[in-house]
Design a protein around this ligand. Structure first.
Ligand code: 5GP
Ligand code: MG
Length: 182
């Protein structure tokens, strides 16, 4: 069983999103927002966060694929911006699932910047600072985690495990940590 221990439970995620929403209310410029979500893993987080913000928001999406080896993204990120919506002159809020090497968020942020938003802030659910390869920090982050591959709450491994309510370690060779009833 490749699923390892629970790192962040559903209730911890919910509580942190409420806190983040309060933090963001103070940090984001007033008025309507244009939220741009990086497909697909960030969708679960973005939906919960944007609803908690309780303010007028439009949604756009961008796709990101990186050429790289194994589980690590390479420096070349291919972005799909066709569903990003109108960015120019708007207060844009970029949402991604996890900041790992940093290539993806950097590429997405710079591409949006090129579309001349009125302002741009970034938010990720998870941050793995020990894995960073390029100099970038998110303006807001939900949780800082160790260097471990995680799944659940939108995050996948080859499209599996997205619908798990908690964030769990994924350990293909690890011991069976499934809780047994009784
Ligand atoms: P970066 O470009 O920062 O290296 O990678 C960011 C992307 O890699 C994330 O948006 C995510 O899709 C994927 N990624 C990085 N670490 C993990 C992880 O621990 N679990 C999963 N499921 N995806 C990850
Ligand atoms: Mg992603």
């Amino acid at each position: 069983m490749p699923l390892g221990e629970t790192l962040i439970s559903e209730s911890e995620i919910r509580a942190r999103i409420r806190e983040l929403a309060r933090e963001l209310q103070a940090a984001l410029p007033p008025g309507p927002l244009h939220c741009v979500v990086v497909l697909k893993s960030a969708i679960f987080f973005a939906v919960d966060l944007v609803r908690s913000l309780g303010r007028e928001a439009t949604l756009g999406f961008i796709s990101a694929a990186s050429y790289g080896e194994g589980t690590e993204s390479g420096g070349q990120v291919r972005l799909g911006l066709e569903a990003a919506g109108r960015v120019e002159g708007r207060h844009v809020f970029l949402i991604d699932d996890i900041l790992d090497t940093g290539h993806t968020l950097l590429a997405a942020r710079e591409a949006l910047r090129g579309l001349r938003p009125a302002s741009l802030r970034t938010c990720v659910l998870l941050d793995k600072p020990s894995r960073r390869r390029v100099k970038i920090e998110a303006d807001h982050a939900g949780f800082t985690i160790e260097d471990v591959f995680v799944v659940g709450y939108g995050l996948d491994c080859a499209e599996a495990y997205r619908t798990l309510p908690d964030i769990r370690a994924y350990r293909p060779d690890g011991p069976d940590t499934e809780e047994k009833p009784g």
